[in-house]
Design a binder for this molecule. Sequence first.
Ligand code: 16G
Ligand code: MG
Length: 545
Amino acid sequence: MAQFEEVSQKSELHPKPEGLMLQYGTAGFRTHAKHLDHIMFRMGLLATLRSKKTKSTIGVMVTASHNPEEDNGVKLIDPMGEMVTAVWEGYATQLANAEQDSLLKELKDIIEKEDIDMSQPASIYVGKDTRPSSASLSQAVLDGVSSLGGKTHDYGLVTTPQLHYMVCCCNTNGCYGSPTVEGYYQKLSQAFLQLTQNASNRTDDQKRLLVDGANGIGALKMREMEPFLRSELQVVLSNDGSSGKLNHMCGADYVKVQQKAPQGMNMGVGERCCSFDGDADRIVFYYTDSKGCFHLLDGDKIATLISTYLKELLTQAGLNLQIAVVQTAYANGSSTRYLEDIMKVTVCCTKTGVKHLHHAAQEYDIGVYFEANGHGTVLFSKAAQKQIQELLKDSNTNDERKRAVKLLESTINLINQTVGDAISDMLVIEAVLAIRGMSVQDWDAIYTDLPNRQLKVTVSDRRVIDTTDAERRAVTPEGLQDAIDSLVKKYKSARSFVRPSGTEDVVRVYAEADTQENADSLAHEVSLAVYRLAGGVGDEPKPLH
Ligand code: 16G
Ligand code: MG
């Protein structure tokens, strides 16, 4: 067929280095940019098949998020703006690893397995982050799509969540919003302005927010959005990409992992600050107190503030909707305890990785999901949105209830329900703090984090570790979980787990306890157990102190 001839010819321009094997992991393909040209071309092919199969527009985002600037990566976006399904992740890996001469065979295999009607049209939205390699890599995606006769819309530089939003807008025929960057700014800013109208007498100081753009796409898009916010948010942007390097000593991942402020940010005492990651789908907040002590408000704190606010609104509106918070094993024990015991909110725990949290959150009327690292959003079920709309129209609703329902409606519009979105989450937090008249210190005081430590251990094959119970318990290697259990017993308020990373060739260790010293030594002891029982390589892990 002529269609495949073109694939054949064009694929020669994007050859796969022989022997190179890559896997579509938790966040798509991600590695040094120099290994990715053929992957991009092939993901263009796969997205075209996915589009034909689903008879919908599919997204392809070129980014490596918080990884160093030299890396890059690619993720596929399904019709409603969610991550591509697990079966298609498998196809992605299969196609990516096919040697040059068997590419067509693998392609045809997927077409056959999925019974794809190749006469269907295909439409692909493509976006990229600001990495130097992104331009040519996204061109390779476009080449892949066109070689299979698909149509493309190249959005150029956009944040990951913006592209998810576009895909959802397109496939809902505009019900979710208009599929343009301007449409995105308009939808979010209108909702934000409506919400902040409910917060009277905000001073300029309260409207001021220091934003670390990680020298990436988030900074660029924040600049574009600023005029839409009409000074209701006064953003002081640092690491805006004008001089620094992407994610280098800045950004959400740096701040969360290092537990310190990014470079290049001029923080006054007590000032509210936040950091985006390299593709602006994660955010963390922080401030420094008068003693110079750094306070991090991570995804757990964000989930707690948002769910508390939503629960209050539901009560005020007289709506009987079930709200749940979805976390992972990394959630600080204090946050889980606060949500369950004080807030009486359902908490559920899933495996690490956005798609797992997203799916779990879909089970509730309102599902608030956040990873501790700051990736998350809120999902409102169709039924919940319908109830809210009906109550808005009901003329018998009294003023107090009406106010609460209107706030709920604007909050829904402000949230990017397709995926975690640093810009949207930032605006939600700013609006909630404004409406409730809270400072960042009040927010921080809701509960106190248990001291914790994360370490990594290199082993010869991390797959020897198998976990269960949302990664909270190790099933293999034998004896490892027993060792962890007896170490945990030595400390107060302690908890620890280990899991193979989905993005790096290491085993991750998490520990929390009543003091930082205890969390550190528990993390170290568990690392040693992993090293000894799971085939550690290199030097034995050393104590932190
Ligand atoms: C990816 C995931 C993130 C997860 C992280 C864990 C997405 C979009 N991103 O970055 O949610 O927290 O992996 O990394 O799903 P790890 O497996 O190396 O610990
Ligand atoms: Mg990211």
